[in-house]
Design a protein around this ligand. Sequence first.
Ligand SMILES: *[C@@H]1O[C@H](CO)[C@@H](O)[C@H](O)[C@H]1NC(C)=O
Length: 282
Amino acid sequence: MSDSNATDFNNPSTFILLGIPGLEATHVWISIPFCTMYTIAILGNFTILFIVKRELSLHGPMYYFLCMLAVTDLVLSTSILPKTLSIFWFNSREIDFRACLTQMYFIHCFSAMESGIFVAMALDRYVAICHPLRHSTILTNRLVAKMGLAVVLRDGLLALPFPFLARRWPYCTTNFIPQSYCEHIAVVKLACADIRISSYYSHFVVFSVIGLDVSFIAMSYTQILRAIFSLPRKDARLKTFGTCGSHLCAVLAFYFPGLFSFLTHQFGHNVPPHFHVLIANM
Ligand SMILES: *[C@@H]1O[C@H](CO)[C@@H](O)[C@H](O)[C@H]1NC(C)=O
């Protein structure tokens, strides 16, 4: 009935990414830290891959997982940053609907994979510290490959419904996404339909993936810390902690901004929108 003047928006062929709404004037300045971090991430992660490939002494479970993490990081940041930077630099805000759905799939699939790899690494550290003598018989190359495959399958499948759900909905009011990349909830919020299934599904994924992974990592670290504190000598404690300290830092740096972003989305209704977007980008 009242659809007549809205039809030209129905199933739009492109979306418009607004970048960081409210901070358009400073896009060029914001691009400097983003571009710097992206360059460092690309160089750093390729360096990891290169070094692990060359050094035979690094051909072990911990470094294989590190390589998986580096590949995931490379894919994840490359599916977000080039488009974000081109919005900042060239104001190229348009994105094809299918490109948007593809980007959505990559973002959700690879951020969940990152989480899965952190679990695999925590398991490796748990066995290495709590059952050091059995480490090489438990974490064989076969098991490492199987764990990698399990992560890829779990998250490849879990992320699949996101673009399909987003494609189902009619978009008839606006096609402006107040974000710098196509993320599931940001896109389906624009739909003029009851998007409850979409929002249930993303909550389900957040709680099942992040919830399970975090509890698993927490369990591993409880055991690890217990083992470390039962060591009699301080230098032995420090040395053992040194083999998992960087993993723990990476885990905290990965989950905390995500948790923060999730909480401000749920409860922070008077937080300015550009703050959400900046945190999400970080
Ligand atoms: C690998 O990439 C991620 C971002 O995707 C970054 O946070 C991390 O620091 C990078 N690693 C190195 C060693 O540069």
